[in-house]
Write a protein that binds this ligand. Structure first.
Ligand code: NAD
Ligand code: ZN
Length: 353
């Protein structure tokens, strides 16, 4: 194929508030890669953060970066060593490809690899484009009945699956989720799919809680009405009839991390998915004295196959998260909707071809 003749419209973030659509050459897949005709790419909070602030912690946009990492596509060309995929396969793309050599990779905790390539985390380019090449073994073939939209949604869903696995959610678990943004909602979907018996979810915004209710939350609590911490803890305990065994913080706010510790049952687990201010004041001694374990969550690791199985079996209805759809040509508008929150978006999805 005469690649240079082909359209590879690509969304490139040059610097803060400078997102452009431009033509880029279609990449040639390396020996272990496949070339993908991109399907869908969801906009994540981090894409918006780079657009607005140009950085997340130590990751700084210093040169133009291609956006997008919640993605799916169709295989159009195989690198010479690829045997497990074929042309025409529809796949979900796991955006992080680790070094495979360091101690973390060898121990099977590849999400902690320091040399991981991760789409749209500076300086690594993402895949919001018509064509993109990716490691074949980080592409997961979708069954015919799983759509490319759902394939892209495996990325946030994998965060929810990983959070629930880190928390040890299982059949009968009682779970508190703080924050009902996309990550809180995928954690809710995962917890229910893994057999949680009762899930209570909090947020400041009622429309997000309404969505949580549709996705299977047993109880919702709108916070931010001047209630005290103690009142909230009591409200959670009385709604559930007991203290939650597991809490998943999906907001990162100091108030929710504090609540997560205080509300969790003695001997229970708090997992922290939300990432807000790097230093927060929390009642640590309360956690210690009640043997409440605090665990971090970073992206996902060996969770894509589980997320795919949940979607393919109908246990995880992630499609409901999509509130807005745009074509690749409309990327600037799509980012504007995600940035301003106009029309109460949950997941904004871009269709690349
Ligand atoms: P989001 O901003 O859309 O959602 C956060 C939600 O928390 C919002 O709905 C907000 O109203 C709510 N909230 C704020 N203060 C609250 C309070 N006091 N009580 C209850 N709810 C409150 O973001 P998101 O995309 O859903 O991501 C959630 C968090 O997870 C972010 O901090 C993000 O950086 C982080 N994240 C972490 C990982 C990871 O690997 N650990 C992966 C993805 C996202
Ligand atoms: Zn590694």
């Amino acid at each position: 194929m005469a690649n240079q003749d082909k359209d590879n419209l690509t969304a490139v973030l040059y610097k803060v508030n400078d997102l452009r659509l431009e033509q880029r050459p279609i990449p040639e897949p390396k020996d272990d890669q496949v070339l993908l005709k991109m399907g869908c790419v969801g906009i994540c909070g981090s894409d918006i953060h780079y657009l607005v602030h140009g950085r997340i912690n130590k990751f700084i946009v210093e040169s133009p970066m291609i956006c997008g990492h919640e993605a799916s596509g169709v295989v159009v060309k195989l690198g010479k060593n690829v045997t497990k995929l074929k042309i025409g396969d529809r796949v979900a793309i796991e955006p992080g490809v680790p070094c495979r050599k360091c101690s973390f990779c060898k121990e099977g905790r590849y999400n902690l690899c320091e040399d991981i390539f991760f789409c749209a985390t500076p300086p690594d380019d993402g895949n919001l484009s018509r064509y993109y090449a990716h490691a074949a073994d980080f592409c997961y073939k979708l069954p015919d009945h799983v759509s490319l939209e759902e394939g892209a949604l495996l990325e946030p869903l994998s965060v929810g699956v990983h959070a629930c696995r880190r928390a040890g959610v299982c059949l009968g678990s009682t779970v508190l989720i703080t924050g009902a943004g996309p990550i809180g909602l995928v954690s809710l979907i995962s917890a229910k799919a893994m057999g949680a018996s009762k899930v209570v979810i909090t947020d400041l915004l009622q429309h997000r809680l309404d969505q949580a209710k549709k996705l299977g939350a047993d109880f919702t609590i709108q916070v931010g009405k001047g209630e005290t911490e103690d009142e909230l803890v009591n409200q959670i305990h009385s709604l559930m009839g007991e203290a939650p065994e597991k809490t998943i913080d999906c907001s990162g706010a100091e108030a929710t991390i504090r609540l997560a510790i205080l509300a969790t049952k003695s001997g229970g687990v708090v997992v922290l998915v939300g990432m807000g201010s790097p230093e927060v004041k929390v009642p640590l001694v309360n956690a210690c004295a009640r043997e409440v374990d605090l665990r971090g969550v970073f992206r996902y690791c060996n969770d894509y196959p589980i997320a795919l199985a949940l979607v393919a079996s109908g246990k995880a209805d992630v499609k409901q998260l999509i509130t807005h759809n745009f074509k690749l040509e409309e990327t600037i508008k799509a980012f504007e909707v995600a940035r301003t929150g106009e029309g109460n978006p949950i997941k904004v999805m871009i269709h690349c071809n």
